[in-house]
Design a protein around this ligand. Structure first.
Ligand SMILES: NC(=O)c1ccc[n+]([C@@H]2O[C@H](COP(=O)([O-])OP(=O)(O)OC[C@H]3O[C@@H](n4cnc5c(N)ncnc54)[C@H](OP(=O)(O)O)[C@@H]3O)[C@@H](O)[C@H]2O)c1
Length: 311
């Protein structure tokens, strides 16, 4: 099968190649997915550069973290899925393998694809929607009336988080650059701040939760807008978290999302009820995986970049 692989860690332009590799073996608890489309995320170019690496690669690594496609085989121990099912999943980051014609994925990570979505739309959701869901519900306990600031509201995670926070009943402020302000408002944000024109920490205060997708100076200034006892949840590192908590009298933590088929099925329900819509910005063919990764690496996302693997 064709797949985008790396044989060594390095810069995207130097080490990513689309080549022929064997179809992955199906373990007893796996489903084999004929991939139609795969979403691209910042973690993919980080993995290419060696993020999460435990040593040099001993064999080519198929990259790609989220997938939508059709089940073509099931492992002996799998229940709940059949050949022909249309599915989507955030694949196991240690196994990888979404930028390929076939991906073997543990069945516990897989959910039925929302019928209303194309494969390209469905492939844009699993990683970012699970991240947003876990940040808002598990880490920050967002609910009715919670006042939340979401940074990077037009990005992959931010665009899902704005919609999920509204579903949870929150009052949502988001930051975005000028060209994305209308998009983020359409996603449901009550207020959108063009972060280059206005300093959010000069106009916001007493918030319950900040979802930080940016880090650095943005994270640093986010502590100022929280009320005492508020929560900063970050998907990038929080340096000196304990000292920051004490200084600002808030909770501050960073977390790493985990793949989760049952939560993904719940998020598919939000798609069906039209409360969650993936935003697909650009679609590349598998042969142009390098360009897709470079686009995501450059930043400035308005939704997701997707790789179309099969028509
Ligand atoms: N911990 C986890 O489990 C986890 C999961 C997913 C992602 N992540 C990480 O989280 C980060 C975001 O991921 P993503 O997929 O959402 O990335 P993305 O799709 O590239 O989106 C980032 C968004 O932030 C905007 N932005 C850049 N600088 C900003 C600023 N100072 N203030 C407000 N917005 C700003 C960008 O647009 P403009 O440049 O036009 O403003 C873009 O829309 C990445 O570092 C990724 O690796 C972590």
């Amino acid at each position: 099968m064709k797949a985008a692989v790396i044989r060594q860690y390095g810069q995207v332009g130097d080490v990513v190649e689309v080549t022929d590799v064997p179809v992955p073996a199906v373990r007893p608890q796996d489903v084999l997915i004929e991939v139609r489309a795969a979403g691209v995320n910042p973690v993919d170019h980080l993995i290419v550069k060696g993020f999460m690496a435990s040593g040099e690669l001993s064999q080519p690594l198929v990259i790609g973290s989220e997938v939508a496609g059709v089940v073509t085989a099931i492992g002996d121990e799998v229940t709940g899925f059949s050949v022909g099912d249309e599915v989507f999943a955030r694949v196991d980051p240690r196994v990888g393998g979404a930028f390929a014609e076939y991906a073997a994925v543990h069945a516990s990570l897989v959910a039925a694809k929302p019928k209303a979505l194309t494969f390209e739309e469905a492939a844009a959701l699993p990683l970012v929607a699970l991240t947003a869901w876990q940040a808002l519900t598990e880490q920050a306990k967002v609910g009715e009336g919670t006042r939340v600031l979401i940074h990077g509201g037009a990005g992959g995670v931010g665009s899902a988080a704005v919609q999920i926070a509204k579903h949870l009943g929150a009052e949502v402020v988001a930051t975005a650059s000028a060209g994305s302000v209308d998009l983020v408002r359409e996603l449901g944000a009550d207020r959108v701040i063009d972060y280059r024109a206005e300093r959010f920490d000069e106009v916001l205060s007493d918030l319950d939760v900040v979802l930080d997708t940016i880090g650095g100076d943005t994270q640093e200034r986010s502590f100022r807008v929280l009320k005492p006892g508020g929560t900063l949840v970050s998907i990038v590192p929080v340096p000196d978290a304990e000292a920051k908590q004490a200084q600002w009298n808030v909770e501050a933590r960073s977390f790493y999302m985990r793949p989760h088929g049952e939560q993904l099925a719940r998020l598919a329900g939000l798609v069906e009820s039209r409360e969650l819509q993936p935003i697909v910005e650009t679609v590349f063919p598998l042969s142009e995986t390098t360009d897709a990764l470079l686009k995501v690496e450059r930043g400035g996302a308005r939704g997701k970049t997707v790789i179309a693997v099969r028509p």
